[in-house]
Write a protein that binds this ligand. Structure first.
Ligand code: CP
Length: 308
């Protein structure tokens, strides 16, 4: 595997290899071993053209825990504001010795273009409304850790599917791993092509909840909404928000997920987000471990050996 651009590029075996490697790395970290020498002498560039808290910081933490050198690039304050292109920016960073480029970009397809221009590995950290494969991997890892399996799990992904790169990556990955995904949203927040995705679709959250093992709430991307099609925030929350009454419809072991950032009080109540069913904080911690596994496998290091 040279690049990680789409969850759809991962077959079941590749996906399980990443999850199993992450599990092994988690066990190393539970033994209070904070740093591995695996990627010593390698350079990881974080190339972020869009804002991020979790993904950017966790890729940085992951690379550092594997002893890689890390260069963080943010478009804000760079020569991008003078009109420098993605290609010239990437070639400039590569000239500084990047072995891997982790890119977040507002344009769907930007990581795919980048992979044609640089010699190193490219990791998609979120491109437009297209994909966010490492989010899907950390979500699957979190589900498997909490529920012990992925095969046969019933996963409801709820909310703004239309603008969500997380939804598409999760549908592709989870279906490859044998889970059954149902997308739940108002018709105006579903993409036209959803009928070709390997999942079910429902407009009725209350009927889906009792049969779900996992409920993954998505952020309503208010910055991308067309006001003519979006129900009011109050109406959205009434029909699709996850609050205490709706959570009561879930079976005892069902979990609640959210990739963050959250609109508390809109798609999810604060009470539910902070409840024992919620995996939201675990997802962030698991993100570091899963991204370590991705960098490790892409850059061809070896787990084990001396630690420092
Ligand atoms: N889930 C996620 O991608 O969060 P950030 O935008 O903070 O990276």
């Amino acid at each position: 595997m040279k690049h990680l651009i789409s969850a759809g590029d991962l077959g079941r075996d590749d996906a399980l290899l990443i999850l199993d490697t992450a599990e092994e790395l988690a066990r190393v970290s539970e033994r209070s071993i904070k740093k591995l020498p695996t990627l010593r002498g390698r350079t990881v560039v974080n190339l972020f053209f869009e804002d991020s808290t979790r993904t950017r910081i966790s890729f940085e933490a992951a690379a550092k825990r594997l002893s890689a050198d890390v260069i963080n690039f943010s478009a804000k304050g760079s020569s991008v504001s003078k009109g420098e292109s993605l290609k010239d920016t990437a070639l400039t960073l590569e000239a500084m010795g990047a072995d891997a480029v982790v890119i977040r970009h507002g344009a769907s397809g930007a990581p795919h273009r980048l992979a044609n221009w640089v010699r190193g590995s490219v990791v998609n950290a979120g491109d437009g409304t297209h994909e966010h494969p490492t989010q899907a991997l950390l979500d699957a890892f979190s589900m498997r850790r909490r529920l012990g399996r992925l095969e046969g799990l019933k996963v409801a992904v709820v909310g703004d599917i239309l603008h969500s790169r997380v939804a598409r990556s999760n549908v592709l990955l989870l279906s490859a791993l044998g889970a059954e995904v149902t997308l739940v949203a108002p018709p105006t927040l579903l993409p036209v092509a959803v009928e070709n995705w390997p999942c079910q679709v429902s407009y009725d959250l209350d009927s889906v909840l009792p049969k779900s093992d996992v409920v993954m709430m998505l952020r309503v991307q208010l910055e991308r909404q067309n006001a003519a099609f979006f129900p009011s925030a109050r109406e959205y929350s009434r029909r699709y928000g996850l609050d205490r009454d709706r959570v009561a419809k879930l079976h005892d072991d069902a979990i609640v997920m959210h990739p963050g950032p959250m609109n508390r009080g809109m798609e999810i109540s604060a009470e539910v987000a902070d409840s024992p069913r919620s995996t939201i904080v675990e997802q962030v911690a698991n993100g570091v471990t899963v991204r370590m596994a991705v960098l490790y496998l892409l850059l061809g290091g070896a787990i084990g050996g001396d630690v420092q």
